[in-house]
Ligand binder design. Sequence first.
Ligand SMILES: NC(=O)c1ccc[n+]([C@@H]2O[C@H](COP(=O)([O-])OP(=O)(O)OC[C@H]3O[C@@H](n4cnc5c(N)ncnc54)[C@H](OP(=O)(O)O)[C@@H]3O)[C@@H](O)[C@H]2O)c1
Length: 327
Amino acid sequence: MAQTSQAKAQTMRAVALDKFGGPEALKIQNIPIPEIEAQEVLIRVEAAGVGAWDPYEREGRFVEITGVEPTFPYVLGTDGAGTIAAVGKDVNRFKEGDRVYAAALANPKGGFYAQYAAVKADNASLIPGDLSIEQAAVLPTDGATALTGLEKVLKLKSGESLMVFGASGGIGHLAIQLAKRLGAKVFAIASGDDGVQLARKLGADKAVDGRGDDVLEAAKEFAPNGIDAALVTAGGADTDRALSAIRQGGRIAYPHGVMPEPTAHDGVEIEAYDGENSPALIARLNELIDSGPFEVQVDRTFPLEEASKAHEALDEHHLGKIALRIG
Ligand SMILES: NC(=O)c1ccc[n+]([C@@H]2O[C@H](COP(=O)([O-])OP(=O)(O)OC[C@H]3O[C@@H](n4cnc5c(N)ncnc54)[C@H](OP(=O)(O)O)[C@@H]3O)[C@@H](O)[C@H]2O)c1
């Protein structure tokens, strides 16, 4: 089915930047609904994820790295969920009305802080489990990044011990649940009492507060011969101290963007990586989610109009993710 003429003729509400800048640069505007090509789908967006990396994109730092000339108005939002409004002529996997979630980083057609988003059909997937639309919206990038780290980079095996540093954050709280499904024993280093409680609820075998507890002593008790592997989502002195609990021959993975970059002791492998956004990886993520009750923690949801407040909230302590609701 081709894009509907109705969608073509209309404009949409979006939070769009006229120039890169601070949270105040996020303004509601009316802009054209993006047009789709043969291999794309148009999603009527109901909720968008607010990524930990969105402020960097807002400030123009992605563009500095990629060298790609930005076009304004520039719509942020890597992650989102909603219903299929139209499909390109080569797309067979979806039909109008399907409930989907998708990720597209720095999408030249515009991101998910908008009523509509055009993405490659390969980047979209039916929503797994019984996730709400907000939960699905915040899931794709962090879910894919957690799974890439565990299965592709660390090659985590059943029975191994795993440290998750930043375990109550976006990637971390998903990584706990995925690692348990892969058969690992999880040592979660979360933030605050509420973070520790969340990590326990999500199945961590041991959870400690990385901002207060004696992490190394707890790690020694958990794995006297050292922990096999670590997935790290926050850097700094606390992180590097905790990583001394990884055993000789162990492995550490962290996604690009974690700053300061974690360091490993001699005899421990360390690798920075990017989350994979392929249909195969997303299918695997969906399969693991579908295999039992799965929690995606949405700490706060803001209306689209309050995107700037949502960005400010990223700097405050929170559990899991922050979402935007698009009315
Ligand atoms: N390259 C890629 O493909 C890719 C993809 C996704 C994300 N990323 C990057 O990966 C990083 C993590 O992403 P995310 O979405 O998981 O971010 P996030 O939600 O901010 O998670 C980081 C977590 O670490 C916690 N933390 C910080 N210091 C801690 C400590 N000493 N002890 C215990 N917990 C601590 C934070 O808690 P509090 O702040 O509440 O204390 C927060 O919950 C970001 O830099 C992001 O840009 C990269």
